[in-house]
Design a protein around this ligand. Structure first.
Ligand SMILES: [Zn+2]
Length: 80
C-alpha cells in the first residue's frame, strides 16, 4: 500500500494576487531585457554581445558590452 500525505495549502487570495502581480512585473522587465540583448550584436562579427550592467542604488550607471569571439568592445556604449 502506498503512503498518502495530506498537504494543507492555505491560499490567501489577496496575497496571491499581489505575488502574481510582482512576478508579472519581473517577467515583463526580464522579457524587455532579453529583447534588448537580442537586438545588440557585435559590430565586428555580428555575434551576440555579453552585457554587464552596473547598478548603483538600483540605477544603471554603466553597461559594458563584450564579444566572446573578438574579446573586445568592453565599455562601448552601443545604445546611442
Ligand atoms: Zn565580435
Amino acid at each position: 500500500m502506498g503512503k498518502f500525505k495530506v498537504i494543507d495549502i492555505d491560499l490567501q487570495t489577496n496575497k496571491l494576487v499581489d505575488k502574481l502581480r510582482a512576478i508579472s512585473n519581473y517577467t515583463s522587465a526580464l522579457a524587455d531585457e532579453l529583447e534588448e540583448i537580442d537586438k545588440i550584436a557585435c559590430p565586428s562579427c555580428g555575434s551576440a554581445l555579453d552585457i554587464e550592467t552596473l547598478f548603483a542604488d538600483d540605477i544603471i550607471i554603466q553597461k559594458n558590452f563584450s564579444c566572446k569571439k573578438c574579446v573586445i568592445q568592453s565599455g562601448l556604449d552601443l545604445e546611442k
